[in-house]
Design a protein around this ligand. Structure first.
Ligand code: ZN
Length: 383
């Protein structure tokens, strides 16, 4: 598959130059509407049918479709087009090319991979090959916060397979961690600071809970690690208790983040924390606490023999001259949503550094290679 390198580079530079900071993370930021307009125009110009969806005002997702002739498997190339904020960055929107790297916010996470997906579709059109299954190029909104874009797309289109092109240095990622956020509220009894016989100090009770929680935290990290993503973990992220110096604290609230590995469920993770509360309450009639999970993102895992993984493995081997490594990654991705919706999903993206950091870049050559890998995978998978 021959990649149009000029188209790829120019598209990537333009994508970086368009501010698409997620407005939920940075109030007043523009969101995806402008970048979606550019992506849609570009995809139309290379011969795709294009739709733009706005799950919320100014939050735009673009879906380009290269229709197949029928009878083959359909494949979605999924990249988010929003970015995180840019404070502290010297050149957030330059798109400058130096030493083979394109610099700027989102170049690595993940406009390089988005440009590669667009270039892969162009390579297929240019080659004159007709796929049997549909190839979809999705540039989704809001991955950096609530995944509005992929959630919305799952309700609109049905596909057999998906490649989420979050950066992996061209290796093939088969698993990532999930997470859940849990509130633990310990209730005490307010009283004047001099009246120890009336007050119940919720902060002191929380201390007892935290001491037990730290044992669980150590236990999690010593469990047999998942072969690709390592052990589960947990941290006591935010703590808030008490209302005044001369008042016994009537309540203390802890927000816990628990990182899960494939195979773990929300119910199991919550039950482990509930068990600590139950033990403390059994030993102390004044210990009262409620455990409330309030947000969950499931972990992701795909079997190495899934057809989409095998097609991608073969494509990487053809393009790089060696088989890919099968890796896992720790951050949560949209891959989990697609896989949970019954779409066999795998992750493969470009090479670079500086996601969410002050200097971000993507290696241009890896973007060209990725485009070729994605086009070859589509050829193989969609038939
Ligand atoms: Zn990303």
């Amino acid at each position: 598959m021959k990649i149009d390198k000029d188209y790829t580079r120019q598209t990537l530079v333009r994508l970086v130059q368009i501010n698409s900071i997620n407005p939920t993370l940075a109030p007043g930021a523009p969101g995806e509407r402008e970048i979606a307009g550019f992506i849609a125009e570009s995809l139309v110009s290379i011969g795709l049918a294009v739709g733009i969806f706005e799950p919320e005002p100014s939050r735009a997702t673009v879906l380009g479709k290269l229709a197949g002739t029928g009878g083959g498997r359909s494949l979605m190339l999924n990249a988010h087009c929003d970015t995180v904020d840019v404070p502290g960055m010297a050149e957030p929107f330059s798109g400058a090319l130096r030493d083979g790297k394109i610099f700027g916010r989102g170049s690595f996470d993940m406009k390089g991979s988005l440009a590669a997906g667009m270039a892969a579709a162009k390579a297929l059109v240019d080659s004159g090959v007709r796929l049997r299954g549909d190839l979809l190029v999705a540039a989704v909104a809001d991955e950096e916060y609530g995944s509005l874009g992929t959630t919305d797309l799952i309700g609109r289109v049905q596909v057999d397979g998906a490649i989420v092109t979050e950066p992996t240095a061209l290796e093939v990622c088969l698993a990532h961690k999930g997470y859940l956020w849990i509130d633990v509220e310990v209730t005490g009894r307010a009283a004047h600071g001099s009246r120890f016989e009336l007050g119940i100090d919720a902060n002191m009770k929380m201390g007892q809970f935290l001491a037990k929680l730290s044992l669980l935290e150590r236990d999690l990290r010593s469990r047999p690690p998942h072969p690709l993503v390592g052990p589960p973990s947990m941290h006591a992220a935010m703590l808030n208790g008490g209302i005044g110096l001369s008042t016994y604290a009537p309540s203390c609230t802890l927000k816990i983040e628990r990182r899960t590995v494939p195979g773990e469920t929300e119910a199991q993770a919550v039950a482990e924390i509930q068990a600590i509360v139950n033990d403390l309450a059994a030993a102390d009639p004044d210990f009262h606490a409620v455990v409330r999970p309030f947000f969950t993102r499931d972990p992701f895992e795909v079997a190495p023999d899934a057809p989409v993984v095998q097609a991608l493995d073969r494509a990487v081997a053809r393009v790089l001259g060696r088989p890919p490594r099968h890796i896992g990654d720790t951050p949560w991705m949209d891959a989990a949503l697609l896989q949970a919706a019954g779409v066999e999903t795998v992750v493969c993206g470009a090479t670079g550094a500086g996601a969410h950091a002050n200097v971000e870049w993507v290696e241009l050559e890896s973007v060209f290679r990725l485009a070729e890998i994605l086009a070859e995978t589509a050829l193989d998978y969609c038939g």
